[in-house]
Design a protein around this ligand. Structure first.
Ligand SMILES: [Zn+2]
Length: 299
């Protein structure tokens, strides 16, 4: 439940302290692209705000099915150049495919609608079909038509790939935790499955404060994914719960849910991501990896 910074520093300390500066300290920085840093690096697919590639960049190491449309949760252009801070959806003029795979850019979210596939190394003004009409992109196979079912379409990462894992099933202290804690990101966490919200629990007492040390007071949202799988999301603030999310609401994998928070039994902003199979807790990160989900934070 807690994302105890001092507790989780062991092994992950360097990463936890430098979220956002990932590549700089990784030791493999020369070979590894750091997505979301506003630089279009080798291994990344990038959008530019301007067709001449002189505007701000938005850089990705993985496919994204929904960019979001409002700050602070949308994918945006980074850096100081023109366009900086704007949501990228339907606002990219240029691109650079610095991956070694074809990348398909779609008119609609969810890898749907008309699309254009650009070759490895290609760059320049976005083709007319998606110029300022870009809503999702897929790196590698499966691109091309938009009608290909996504191999992992039922599942998605609940957090950006730049997030940091600060706890797994057991804390480094050995105490059972039973979930994955993701920190080092802002904005909304996303549903990791197609499913139906079957429970929203709000603890009014601690709904909108950081209650360090308070036990059993955590806001929870649960999604039933079918097949005996349920996914729980905790520590968001009640004030951030969109009115569109209620018990019975259907959600899609990759759909924005609630802003990540620091509510209840939590010592720092993070998502507590809990997964159950037939009522038993399993490791959600491993589960999503087993489903082939792309864009999960690195371990
Ligand atoms: Zn937790």
């Amino acid at each position: 439940m807690r994302s105890m910074k001092h507790r989780t520093l062991t092994g992950l300390g360097v990463l936890a302290l430098t979220a956002g500066g990932f590549a700089a300290v990784s030791g493999h920085s020369a070979a590894q692209a750091a997505d979301r840093n506003g630089k279009c690096e080798k291994g990344e697919f990038c959008y530019n705000f301007n067709s001449d590639l002189k505007g701000a960049w938005s850089d990705f190491t993985s496919s994204v099915g929904d960019y979001g449309t409002t700050q602070p949760s949308c994918y945006d252009f980074k850096g100081k150049a023109k366009g900086h801070g704007k949501c990228i959806k339907n606002d990219a003029g240029g691109f650079w495919n610095k991956t070694n795979k074809p990348v398909t850019i779609y008119f609609n979210s969810g890898y749907a609608g008309r699309s254009v596939t650009v070759k490895p190394g290609a760059k320049g003004k976005l083709p007319a079909a998606v110029y300022n009409n870009n809503a999702s992109h897929r790196i590698g196979k499966g691109g091309g038509g938009g009608h290909n079912p996504a191999p992992s379409g039922k599942w998605a990462s609940p957090v950006p790939s730049s997030a940091v894992i600060t706890a797994r099933a057991y804390y480094s202290s050995g105490r059972y935790h039973g979930a994955v804690d993701y920190s080092g990101f802002n904005g909304k966490f996303r549903s990791a499955c197609n499913g139906t919200i079957d429970s929203i629990a709000i603890n009014r007492t601690y709904a909108n404060r950081n209650a360090y040390g308070v036990t059993g007071s955590t806001n929870y949202l649960w999604v039933n994914c079918g097949g005996g799988i349920r996914m729980g999301y905790a520590h968001w603030y009640a004030k951030d719960l969109p009115s569109s999310l209620k018990r019975g609401t259907k959600v899609k994998a990759g759909q924005n849910l609630v802003n990540v928070g620091n509510q209840g039994n939590s010592s720092g902003q993070h998502l507590h991501f809990q997964v159950e199979r037939s009522g038993k807790q399993i490791d959600g990160h491993d589960f999503l990896q087993s489903k082939g989900v792309k864009g999960l934070p690195r371990e």
